[in-house]
Design a protein around this ligand. Structure first.
Ligand code: ATP
Length: 214
């Protein structure tokens, strides 16, 4: 039986309910066997001071613990420098059966930025792309993506067949929460309860993360 595996990358600085709810909705809607939440390595100067990549990873671990089918994928953080998505997908592919389906989740903004990614035209050789789109979005895709969309998009994400090669849109109303907002609340001494899972909140408090005194 071919497996259906989703991949959600991000900085998760910190992971919050917007990420988790969105990931779970996609996993449910597409009946995924596994949705891998994968924190990205960042250039050292872009990390939040006092919050290490390992701490970002630990918060994701705590957030998905016991939440089927969400799991953590730490491969990009294990490397000492940022990874290209195409390389990560290639590595993942090598570990899967030939007919397993791999779905790369991308927000609309990230999708529109695809033409600037390293070897972006090869991405669909490894996975399908699920574009997470907001019902109120009205922007047009860049010209560089028009032909690709015309050739590769299918209207129903459940109709994606085969291991790779197509693009589908998943419509979601995102929760209005961002990691930026959470960092700002914490830096000004305010509560982020209910914006992150309790276990993540406890970790943030225990380690004094994102506080202005850091
Ligand atoms: P920051 O505010 O630091 O830019 P962020 O909250 O946008 O961070 P990222 O780690 O950059 O979080 O996001 C990882 C992925 O999760 C991206 O694909 C992003 O589009 C998506 N995402 C972020 N916030 C939400 C949300 N509230 N609902 C659904 N998806 C989200």
């Amino acid at each position: 039986m071919a497996k259906r595996i989703g991949l959600l990358g991000g900085t998760f600085d910190p992971v919050h309910i917007g990420h988790l709810r969105s990931a779970l909705e996609v996993a449910d809607a597409l009946a995924l066997d596994e949705l891998r939440v994968m924190p990205n390595a960042r250039p050292p100067h872009r990390d939040t001071p006092q919050v290490s990549p390992q701490q970002r990873l630990e918060m994701v671990r705590l957030a998905v613990d016991g939440i089927t089918p969400l799991v953590v994928d730490d491969r990009e953080l294990k490397r000492d420098k940022p990874s290209y998505t195409v390389d990560t997908l290639e590595l993942m592919r090598a570990e899967l059966a030939a007919d397993d389906q791999l779905f790369l989740l991308l927000g609309w903004d990230a999708f529109c930025g695809l033409p600037s990614w390293h070897r972006w035209e090869e991405l669909l050789q490894h996975c399908h792309i699920l574009v997470l789109q907001r019902p109120d979005a009205d922007s047009e895709p860049p010209d560089a993506l028009r032909n690709l969309l015309a050739a590769r998009s299918v209207s129903d994400p459940l109709a994606l067949t085969g291991p790779n090669g197509n693009i589908a849109f998943v419509w979601q109303t995102p929760l209005a929460v961002s990691a930026t907002q959470i960092r700002q609340l914490l830096a000004s001494g305010k509560s982020v309860r209910f914006l992150v899972p309790d276990a993540v909140l406890a970790y943030i408090d225990a380690h004094g993360l994102y506080r202005a005194s850091n």
